[in-house]
Ligand binder design. Structure first.
Ligand SMILES: Cc1ncc(C[n+]2csc(CCOP(=O)(O)OP(=O)(O)O)c2C)c(N)n1
Ligand SMILES: [Mg+2]
Length: 334
């Protein structure tokens, strides 16, 4: 990392990127421990290894900017500022969660922090992001929308349609592809015709860049440039962020389809301790300061787990609420 010659952001930004990365890593470790202990039963798509991408993107966003993400999106949500307690309660299916426990891990939404949709339908975050961006454009707001998705999703029709439309209408949306080299159990090369997904941007008349998604400085610079341009009316961009997932597709995945040693090699280059070391070696942070950040995250996680497990499940009377917009249920019934 960080042979990058780009200008280094303010110290507070460097530390904030670390805080968000550490939160994602420690949250993931806690999550896997709690699932293993049988305290929560939920499908879990670990984002471990992909921490840098949303940490570096979201420090250039505000609460009022939007993100759309996917089932492997807990890192995107935490980096955007989703309260940890509400996330845990939602994933545990409790009434105190972001969606009253009725969305679960694949459908977390929290508009107060700009988390507008989480989807299990591959590729569907992109057209939804366009819709949000179009609304902000019509209202004359200076908000930016980020569409997070995977490498596999770039082969779905919705990707191509969404990029075309965003370009034509100059929508303030940044498409962030997290290329972790696999879609479920299939390698990138087996399914994807393009040498680089970033190259596909040219077909839709927008800037496209491939960046090392595990290098916080490179990722931050690419994201900031695209976000600033979109906010200033310059239209959309595609960022292909290269990364690797550490724990297979879904919790319990045995990784038998992976190249031997590939995962171990990626894990040895874990971007979170690498960034921590970089901050220390370059005098941007002290050991004590980073330890304090980590301890504070652990306390927040303790409280979140306790809150989620102590919260009630949604009442049966909630079954049909929040399903239709107000008034629509009656119209449907009529
Ligand atoms: C429309 C659609 N087709 C297929 C699937 C099944 N499916 C779930 S995850 C996945 C792989 C997606 O890979 P990628 O976009 O690279 O995201 P990653 O899981 O690697 O983050 C597929 C094909 C789905 N959920 N939705
Ligand atoms: Mg993938």
């Amino acid at each position: 990392m960080s042979n990058s010659t780009r200008s280094v952001p303010a110290r507070s930004t460097l530390i904030e990127m670390y805080r968000r990365m550490a939160l994602i890593k420690l949250n993931d470790e806690r999550f896997r421990a709690v699932i293993k202990a049988g305290k929560i039963v939920a499908p879990y798509y670990s984002p471990r290894g992909q921490e840098v991408i949303p940490a570096a993107v979201s420090v250039s966003l505000s609460d009022t900017d939007y993100i759309c993400t996917i089932y492997r999106g807990i890192h995107d949500m935490l980096a955007k500022g989703l309260p940890v307690k509400l996330l845990w309660a939602e994933i545990a299916g409790r009434a105190t969660g972001t969606c009253k426990g009725k969305g679960g891990p694949m459908h977390v939404t929290h508009p107060a922090t700009g988390i507008m949709v989480t989807t299990g339908v591959v590729g569907s975050s992109l057209p939804i992001a366009n819709g949000l961006a179009l609304a902000t454009q019509i209202r004359g707001e200076k908000r930016v929308t980020i569409a997070y998705f995977g490498d596999g999703a770039s082969n779905i029709g919705a990707f191509h349609e969404a990029l075309n439309m965003a370009s034509i209408w100059k929508l303030p949306v940044v498409f962030v592809c997290q290329n972790n080299r696999y879609g479920e159990h299939t390698r990138y090369e087996v399914t994807t015709s393009a040498r680089q997904i970033a190259d596909r941007a040219a077909g839709y008349g927008m800037p496209g860049v491939r960046v090392d998604g595990n290098d916080p400085l490179a990722m931050h610079a690419a994201a900031k440039e695209a976000i600033d341009r979109a906010r200033d009316g310059g239209g959309p961009a595609l960022i292909e962020a290269m990364t690797f997932r550490f724990h297979g597709h879904v919790f319990g995945d045995m990784d038998g389809y992976m190249k031997k040693g590939e995962k171990e090699e990626a894990m040895a280059r874990d971007p979170v301790p690498a960034w921590r070391n970089w901050l220390l070696e370059n005098g941007h942070a002290s050991e004590g300061e980073l330890q304090q950040i980590e301890a504070s995250i652990q306390r927040e996680l303790d409280a979140a787990v306790e809150f989620a497990l102590a919260s009630p499940e949604p009442d049966l009377s909630e079954l049909m609420t929040d399903v239709f917009a107000p008034g629509a249920a009656q119209e449907q019934a009529a």
